[in-house]
Design a protein around this ligand. Structure first.
Ligand SMILES: NC(=O)c1ccc[n+]([C@@H]2O[C@H](COP(=O)([O-])OP(=O)(O)OC[C@H]3O[C@@H](n4cnc5c(N)ncnc54)[C@H](OP(=O)(O)O)[C@@H]3O)[C@@H](O)[C@H]2O)c1
Length: 237
């Protein structure tokens, strides 16, 4: 454990692919200790290769953000290992495009659990393990802006509704954690080429990660409770 205290430590959820894997690569390059979480049974070959290359810096643990028991189990494990975080990137999310007319309770439940309940319970689990000056970034979406109401004719309604709720969660957490010196922001990565963003998205993962990590490096309590673009502009709720 003594080695761990000399490095900055970041937690990344949904770390096996897409932007989650991008954050892992970035912070390993920067020499941080990276606690990368994946769902049980997730396909995670690239992440496990990275662990082979960085056995001292990269820890991989299981966390299903949609499962309260899994979050509690992870919380106990984090306490047992004495983790202290400088940065938490609540990145995991689901998006299940579904046309109006095909909506179901299950569709909304699945988004709600993964995109809202999970981030809420994870924040509660991890807050006591965050150092003063740490940052909690909830990865939101432009679709979560009520003002912009992007793509309202399209099939991402449950996704948009839950990202709007995640934005409200961010504002509430910002006030709860301000006294502990913890900054909480919602961040919109922009449209990025991942499984979720699809092949037509304009930004590559590395480009988005470069922007977001610069923004996260520069945020502090004065920004707590804001909704930011990848490059740090304040977005409308
Ligand atoms: N790509 C875009 O254009 C875009 C735009 C705006 C916002 N975002 C947001 O950016 C974040 C990352 O998106 P991405 O594009 O990198 O998506 P992605 O490539 O589809 O990856 C999603 C990640 O989330 C994980 N995940 C899903 N449900 C989970 C759960 N219940 N517990 C733990 N992990 C879970 C996935 O794990 P499995 O492999 O196990 O499924 C995967 O690692 C998301 O929050 C997304 O909403 C993306």
């Amino acid at each position: 454990m003594s080695k761990m205290t000399s490095h900055k430590t970041v937690l990344v959820t949904g770390a096996n692919r897409g932007m989650g894997l991008g954050y892992v690569r970035h912070y390993l390059r920067e020499g941080w200790i990276v606690i990368a979480t994946i769902r049980p049974h997730a396909s995670a070959e690239e992440l496990l290769w990275l662990r082979t290359d960085h056995p001292q810096l990269l820890r991989v643990s299981e966390l299903d953000q949609a499962d309260e028991t899994s979050i509690i189990r992870w919380q106990h494990d984090a306490a047992a290992r004495g983790y202290q975080f400088d940065l938490v990137i609540c990145n995991a999310g689901v998006s299940l495009p579904t046309a109006f007319g095909e909506w179901s309770a299950e569709l909304f439940d699945r988004h709600w659990r993964a995109n809202v309940v999970g981030p809420a319970l994870l924040a509660q689990a991890v807050a006591p393990r965050m150092r003063p000056g740490a940052v909690l970034a909830n990865v939101s979406s432009g679709m979560g802006s009520v003002t912009l109401n992007i793509g309202a004719e399209g099939p991402l309604d449950a996704y948009a509704v839950t990202k709007a709720a995640l934005n409200m969660l961010t504002r509430r957490l910002a006030e709860k954690l301000r006294a502990a010196g913890i900054t909480v922001v919602a961040i919109n990565p922009g449209w990025v080429r991942t499984a979720m963003g699809g092949p037509d998205a304009p930004a590559a993962v590395d480009e988005a990660i470069g922007q977001i990590t610069r923004t996260l490096r520069d945020v502090g309590l004065k920004n707590s409770g804001s909704f930011l673009s990848a490059t740090g502009e304040v977005l409308p709720w």
